[in-house]
Design a protein around this ligand. Structure first.
Ligand SMILES: Nc1ncnc2c1ncn2[C@@H]1O[C@H](COP(=O)(O)OP(=O)(O)OP(=O)(O)O)[C@@H](O)[C@H]1O
Length: 205
């Protein structure tokens, strides 16, 4: 499980992990109530369900997280996480910090990595040629980072870390991308090869 402020590089790091070992890592397929487009297939880009069913699922706590955008719901179900785990893969999931509590169970055994922005100076330097890809925008528009984007990223990161820092198992500063990716790979490898501490209740199941 990874998290961090918008634009910090979560998608980029997730993409790199998936490419590096597609047998080992997996991602969830989200649910949406938006109508399926012609070129899309159910269960590939999204699980397409009705608005009514989405609301029932929300009511029955079947979703890890969900939100509404342009009148349609989008969300990730607990079952979609289970489906990745059932293939014996490590599920890469970005979540809001308040969701960590929900996932800290013996079933999911999350390893929480906080992806943190570097200093303002280093953001300016490293993101010179980077574009923010608006995930919310259907056309996937991309525009350069502004000073405000950097400031917001730093503010959000500080807020997240002060409020939820105790829930992070690993903090990775995404300064140089290649270095950050290597650190992430190493942390995940160590997680699988070395002994680490978990709540005692997790050892009984
Ligand atoms: N270390 C880095 N150096 C330079 N550019 C980077 C670095 N990390 C990410 N980027 C670029 O910054 C942009 C935003 O990254 P990305 O889309 O991964 O962010 P995100 O955290 O997933 O954002 P969101 O939550 O809004 O989807 C991308 O164009 C990405 O290539």
């Amino acid at each position: 499980m990874k998290e961090g402020p918008t634009g910090v590089g979560l998608n980029e790091l997730k993409r790199k992990l998936l490419i590096s070992d597609p047998q080992h890592f997996g991602v969830t397929i989200p649910h949406t109530s938006r109508p399926k487009r012609n070129q899309e297939s159910d269960g590939v880009e999204y699980h397409f369900i009705s608005k009514h069913l989405f609301e029932t699922d929300v009511h029955n706590n079947k979703l890890v997280e969900y939100g509404e955008y342009k009148g349609n719901y989008y969300g990730t179900s607990l079952d979609s996480v289970r489906s990745v785990l059932s293939k014996n893969k490590v599920c890469l999931l970005d979540v809001q910090p308040h969701t960590i509590k929900l996932l800290r169970t013996s079933e999911f055994k999350p390893f929480v990595v906080f992806v943190k922005p570097p200093t303002m100076e280093r953001l300016r330097e490293t993101r010179k040629n980077s574009k923010i890809i608006s995930s919310k925008d259907d056309k996937g528009s991309a525009k350069p980072f502004t000073e405000e984007d950097f400031q917001e990223m730093l503010n959000t990161a500080e807020m997240m870390e002060s409020q939820y820092g105790h829930l992070f198992e690993k903090v990775i500063v995404n300064d140089d991308l290649t270095t950050a990716f290597s650190e992430l790979q190493l942390a995940l490898k160590q997680l699988e090869t070395e002994t680490h501490w978990v709540p005692v209740s997790w050892t009984h199941s």
